[in-house]
Design a protein around this ligand. Structure first.
Ligand SMILES: [Zn+2]
Length: 389
């Protein structure tokens, strides 16, 4: 954590108010009213590399550090492409052995710090994987724009992650969910939906009637972007190399299906709109799609990117950019307000992420392998504790 952060190690028992003990003891798990074990099962790496670096291991249960922290007993976690980058190694990011992987998770609050308000032990929550020092007073934190803070980090990348029975995060990083949301669905939700929400709602400001092109339907962010665009009343164009994925996207509301194996998807979209082009393009592929994204982009078009899975270096013809008055913008993760907004959508049942497959924690390698195939439609989920783990 950054400077200005006061180290705080509570005497643990005093942090758990007896009045907040859960009414029921959760099957097979230690509730907060009895002793929490000192060790926990986790999926970890000790060095970067291939799948063989992933270990199903036992590590210490993390303790509350700040008085505003909560500890969550993770029931399910979900994989993101970020987890593959972390396994392979990211320049400038260092891990220490027995590094707990995973960014997304959902579970039950197991302990709360002295300054925690509005949350109680036993409450079901989803976790925002983007963490900042809550004492930070930088200009971005003051603006409530945490992802821009220099101290911003992501669970599993900069801090121990969610593929473990317990994780400790600031109280601002959790939002309650209802009993009706299965933990597998809840775990599949935060990172992809938060990322897509900021891209679609905050950055591109998609509105009813907009034509929006989304690359690579099947991935978590693309699917969340599709669902959010449909909530907003947009006209959504999706691409895939798989007719099966396109057909499934149609059931989620996609209006136009473009198989990029049948020809340049950007050109297809442009021709199909009588050369008007798209109002918005959502591109997280980068090198392989950028040129076609710009072919698809109409006048006043907004292109928003959250990554470059095929490579980072792209070319833009500045003449077309100024003449068409494009806005090309970046986006990453989301802030507290955006996290609250997506949690509200989840609680209302308006946004529910498709789950591709679910693996027990000890088969974490198989879950990673599934994501590596690129064949998934929706999120790859890992059951961490509770039933089916
Ligand atoms: Zn800050």
């Amino acid at each position: 954590m950054r400077g200005g952060c006061v180290e705080y190690r509570p005497r643990y028992a005093s942090q758990v108010s007896p009045g907040h003990a859960p009414a029921v003891t959760l099957t097979g798990m230690t509730s907060a009213s009895s002793a929490t074990p000192s060790r926990m099962r986790a999926l970890t790496i000790s060095a970067h590399g291939d799948l063989s670096q992933l270990n199903y291991s036992e590590v210490p249960v993390p303790e509350l550090v700040q008085p505003g922290d909560v500890r969550v007993n993770i029931r399910a976690a979900a994989l993101n492409r970020l987890d593959l980058w972390v396994l392979g190694g990211i320049p400038g990011i260092s891990i220490t052995p027995d590094w707990v992987v995973g960014s997304d998770g959902a579970g039950v609050i197991d302990a709360v710090g002295a300054n925690v308000t509005g949350l109680r032990v036993g409450q079901r929550v989803i976790i925002n994987p983007g963490v900042v020092d809550r004492a930070c007073t930088c200009e971005y934190c003051r603006d409530g724009d945490q992802p821009l803070c220099l101290g911003y980090g992501v669970l599993g990348e900069h801090r121990h992650g969610t593929m473990a029975e317990y994780v400790v995060v600031p109280q601002e990083n959790v939002q309650p969910i209802g009993d009706e949301v299965p933990f597998e669905t809840a775990a599949a939700f935060p990172l992809a939906t938060l990322t897509a929400w900021r891209m679609v709602v905050t950055r591109a400001q998609v509105k009813a009637g907009d034509d929006v092109l989304i690359w690579g339907i099947g991935g978590g962010v693309a699917l969340a972007a599709l669902q959010i665009c449909k909530l907003l009343g947009a006209n959504v164009w999706v691409t895939s190399g798989s007719d099966d994925k396109l057909a499934r996207a149609k059931t989620l509301g996609a209006d136009h299906l473009l198989n990029h194996r049948a020809g340049d998807a950007g050109k297809q979209a442009r021709l199909a709109t009588n050369k008007r082009g798209m109002d918005v393009v959502i591109d997280s592929v980068g090198e392989a799609t950028w040129a076609q994204s710009l072919v698809a982009l109409g006048k006043r078009g907004r292109l928003v990117t959250c990554g470059g899975t095929s490579g980072p270096m792209v070319q833009t013809d500045v003449r077309r950019m100024f003449w068409n008055q494009w806005t090309l913008m970046g986006s990453t993760m989301g802030n507290d307000a955006e996290f609250a907004a997506i949690a509200e959508q989840l609680r209302a049942g308006r946004l529910l992420p498709p789950v591709d497959s679910v693996y027990p924690l000890q088969r974490g390698r198989d879950a990673y392998a599934r994501l590596m195939t690129g064949e998934q439609f929706g999120k790859v989920v890992v059951r961490v504790s509770g039933e089916g783990a």
